[in-house]
Ligand binder design. Structure first.
Ligand SMILES: O=P(O)(O)OC[C@@H](O)[C@@H](O)c1c[nH]c2ccccc12
Length: 250
């Protein structure tokens, strides 16, 4: 089933509501203060662990919703960069997870990628305010003009692409940025083959490449790390690292 249309309709309304609550000049002020001290770190950690509890296709995946517990387990495995799903209705995420993690002194070294469906500039400001270090931008959802606009913001992005069509949209970007190849087709949830992924990556010169979605075996982790791909892993880590750990310590 194609959930994307529904997700976007809902997102549009959500943003409209949230925008009303905060004055434009206040968020812009926060942004300018933020970029004064911010460093662009397109080459962030090569292994990103995702925190997601639920997906529209798989249903519930995590045995716990205790965010601090999950962070603790990930840290035990030396994973310090997290992708956090903040979409509420379809992925059961919440943006308050980001400040919960960031406000703790012991999490100082942790970097957070906010994963949501960005369709409005407002979400960029909001992501900074809640403490995100990196923001996912799904190229498929945006027109080139908007991407051009977004790319000028002085914050760290992971630009997510699916296909050659998406690559064409970002061809104008000459600087080194992080690009995530999403192996999962957003419309039908099929995964790309290794061959397809490598083919797409050939078009991405001078970029820091990440593979997102569909990693199911440790063998695949080794294969892609060997060719210097970064990896963003959700379901596999949640099941293998988080759930097994929780089960064992019951
Ligand atoms: O659980 P996986 O197959 O390892 O996938 C993680 C991540 O790539 C996936 O959750 C994802 C990639 N892009 C997205 C955009 C929206 C929501 C979710 C995603």
């Amino acid at each position: 089933m194609n959930f994307l249309k529904k997700i976007l309709e809902n997102k549009f309304l959500e943003i409209k509501q949230r925008k009303k609550k905060i004055k434009k000049c206040v968020i812009k002020n926060i942004y300018y203060r933020y970029i004064k001290n911010n460093k662009i770190i397109f080459d962030f950690s090569k292994i990103i662990g995702e925190i997601k509890f639920f997906t529209p296709i798989l249903g519930k995946i995590s045995l716990t919703r205790n965010i601090n517990k999950i962070v603790k387990i990930y840290k035990k495995f030396n994973i310090n960069t997290f992708s956090i799903l903040t979409e509420k209705v379809f992925f059961s995420g919440n943006y308050s997870y980001i400040p919960i993690i960031k406000s703790k002194k012991k999490n100082k070294q942790i970097k957070i990628l906010r994963k949501d469906f960005v369709i409005d500039k407002y979400q960029i400001y909001e992501s900074i305010i809640i403490g995100s270090d990196i923001l996912l931008i799904i190229v498929y959802l945006l027109k080139i003009k908007i991407i051009k606009n977004i790319i000028n913001f002085k914050i760290n992005f992971l630009l997510e692409i699916f296909s050659k069509k998406d690559i064409k949209k970002i061809f104008f970007i000459k600087k080194k940025i992080a690009i995530g190849i999403n192996s999962r087709n957003l419309k039908n949830s099929n995964f790309k083959s290794k061959k397809e992924i490598l083919k797409i990556s050939k078009f991405l010169k001078n970029k820091s490449i990440f593979l997102e979605s569909g990693i199911k075996k440790i063998k695949e982790v080794y294969f892609f790390r060997k060719i210097n791909f970064g990896l963003l892993i959700g379901e596999f880590f949640i099941k293998k690292l988080i759930n097994e750990n929780i089960y064992r310590n019951k």
